[in-house]
Design a protein around this ligand. Structure first.
Ligand SMILES: [Zn+2]
Length: 401
């Protein structure tokens, strides 16, 4: 992990002996996007985070940001990278699935299922490649966009809960990582050209056990039977999707509707518009969406101390946001905005024309020092340190040794 970060920044700085400013009109066009999975907006409130605090002073801090619904990892990350709500970008779950064969793949295996991601929606690096010269990727290697993903503090939040001392300790490690990356950027002469955006995909909420368990068991609901279901995704705590067998839609719906005060069941046409999760582009799936109406309630299929996937209006689901660099204002705290707007922000800084998306630059342009138009993309690289490389403790120890 350390090697990966170092490699990216060094390549961005100086590979092939090409001067840094050769492709920069104002030296403001580089972007490093970092996602710390599950970093809730208020995680720095009860932890000493000197590096994140310094970053806020040197740049912009949002009070919080709002992820798209469903608040789970892969769909929300794809929104960050495409600027589209989940119903419009097509990655509607962490799991690849086939409703005909009932085949499902777990989270990590899904990351290697190309058709799940290559579905016609363009992530930012493809947009950049199409508009600029990928032919120079190997010859020049002056990277303009790098994306990094870390699996923490999500893993620790799941295992121990968001209020645990373990989670607080992990946030300290995240903070040291941020300090390390910023110092590395400076050492490599990138302080005046690199904009660093740090955010997350969703937050985290407590799941109470030991007598405080609040489970909704579908199989115990009168009139509901899994034999009426052709395909289902109910593997992710507070939400689920059901495809009833032919002719069973109303029977299943009637059984679930009103069965529990904290269980909401929606037909596609009933999904609240604000959630942008009607899956209108996917008529063959998600006939019914199940949603727990508040944090703390869940379908009893996982045994974590922390969970996410709830309504994106729940404060526990909100991620954090920081941005620093020559394109950003300094010492500015801004109000909340939706993460769907980060894509047009990045396109603007990079000087590329966004593909059709659901975001608006108006939501974030007040955090920029000036327009950065006409920038010149040279080369672009995506580094995804995948979920399986979740920052295991040995990795962190190595990292900071
Ligand atoms: Zn996540």
């Amino acid at each position: 992990m350390l090697w990966t970060v170092r490699l990216c920044l060094l390549l961005a700085a100086s590979s092939s002996g090409v001067p840094l400013d050769r492709y920069s009109t104002k030296g403001q066009h580089k972007v490093l996007l970092i996602s710390f999975d599950g970093f809730r907006w208020d995680y720095d409130r009860n932890v000493d985070t000197p590096n994140l605090d310094t970053m806020a002073k040197d740049g912009v801090k949002a009070r919080y940001v709002t992820p798209p619904y469903l608040t789970i990892t892969s769909p929300t990350h794809f929104t960050l990278l495409t600027g589209r709500y989940i119903e419009n970008h097509g990655v509607i779950h962490n799991m690849w699935f086939n409703i005909t064969t009932s085949e499902k793949l777990p989270y990590y295996a899904t990351q290697f299922k190309n058709e799940w991601w290559d579905n016609g929606t363009l992530p930012i690096w493809i947009t950049a490649q199409r508009q600029k010269m990928m032919s120079t990727w190997f010859s020049e290697m002056d990277l303009d966009f790098v994306s990094l993903y870390f699996g923490e503090p999500d893993s620790t939040g799941h295992k121990y809960g968001p209020d645990s001392p373990e989670r607080r300790e992990m946030v300290k490690q995240v903070d040291r990582t941020v300090g390390y990356i910023r110092s590395l950027a400076e050492q490599n002469g990138l302080a005046d050209s690199l904009n660093i955006i740090i955010t997350a995909d969703h937050g985290m909420s407590n799941v109470y056990r030991n007598g405080l368990v609040k489970e909704i068991t579908l199989s115990r609901i009168p009139g509901f039977a899994f034999r009426d279901i052709a395909f289902h995704l109910v593997d992710f705590g507070p939400s689920g999707m059901l495809l009833p067998k032919k002719g069973m839609l109303d029977k299943v719906y009637d059984a679930l509707k009103g069965a529990h005060p904290h269980l909401h069941v929606f037909k596609k046409e009933e999904m609240p518009k604000r959630l942008h999760f009607a899956t209108a582009s996917y008529p063959s799936f998600s006939s019914l969406t199940l949603d727990m109406s508040s944090t703390g309630w869940f379908l009893p299929v996982q045994f974590n101390a922390g969970e996410h996937g709830f309504d994106n209006e729940e404060m526990d689901m909100k991620p954090f946001f920081r941005a620093v660099g020559p394109a950003c204002q300094k010492n500015l705290e801004v109000g909340p905005f939706e993460t769907v707007n980060i894509y047009p922000l990045m396109c603007h800084i990079l000087g590329i024309k966004p593909d059709p998306n659901c975001g608006h630059l108006d939501a974030t342009k007040h955090m920029l020092v000036s327009a950065t138009e006409g920038k010149f993309i040279s080369v672009l690289l995506l580094i995804v340190v995948s979920g399986i490389l979740t920052l295991q403790r040995p990795s962190w120890i190595t990292w900071y040794r």
